[in-house]
Ligand binder design. Sequence first.
Ligand SMILES: [Zn+2]
Length: 336
Amino acid sequence: MPRPRPAVVMTVDDVFPGKRNAPFEAGGERENGALGRLLWLLTRHPALRLTLFVTPDWREVSPVPSSPLRHLPWLRDRCYLAPILRKGSMDLRRHPDFVAFLNALPRTEIGLHGLHHIHPGRRIAVEFQQQDVATCTAMMREAIGIFDAAGLRFSRGLQPPGWNLPPALRAACAALGVEWVTSGRDLRTPVHGDAMTAEGFGLQGSSLVFPQRTPEGLLHFPTNFQATSPAERAFEILDAGGILSVKAHITKRVPGHTHFDGVDRLYMNYLDRLFHDIEDRYGDDVAWTTMGEIAAGLRGSEGFATPREPVAPAVAAPSVEIPATALPEPRRAAAA
Ligand SMILES: [Zn+2]
């Protein structure tokens, strides 16, 4: 089967109009916040392109259960176990300046990141869990409707909140014309052309380095690299002819949780150095592109990996805070 030339894509989750302390900076400070740091990276690497996964009406304040109700059986599965924002407060239709800023970002694609980014029960950030196809369809239709009404230009792609991409959500996406999804995050499985996502979060049993169709016909992209990954993993993926799929989260620290791959200066510095090394090492042999662009080029094809097993059940991200571990050693950036 023909394979694409190696490519680099970078996606950033959890973008919404949040500002400092309202409830936290998630892009709302525009060039003065995390989006400014991404703009710096884009300026440093003129071929780099980004996909921002934006939540149409973000309501999560913390992904960690804090309510006393969390101790009560039955009830704890039916209530929100942390404070949440009022519906509509972060609705993109009420933030036209933010939408205009996103639309004006250079070399940046927008994808869907759920509807509200909340769910009752302990796994607060895992928005799609047990809902049936009709409910998933209604939620995704509302999400797309908000993007359309807000005038936000976007690619028909979804990163489900909390990574979980159950069959009902996949069916809803297929019915609504969502073309591509990204769910399986695997940072540890050794890299080779036939490697499948086997641990970490989200969809398992899908190619670790190539886009691949789900049974519903959606093109699935893995996530195979983040702040804690060594540069050697990036080179192994590109040497295998695969897609280096770099993940970031727009906010470093949210109440109760720290994202290893938050868009802080340390991670941007690491990526700056890594991207320079890729440019030096591979030159024009590597494509700098986006998931949406790859999906558009593969319309009607099977993707580049052939499923050997039915796609395995997804694994959702835990709701508890992950203890901090060391980030990669900071590397010195060349003078900007
Ligand atoms: Zn998210």
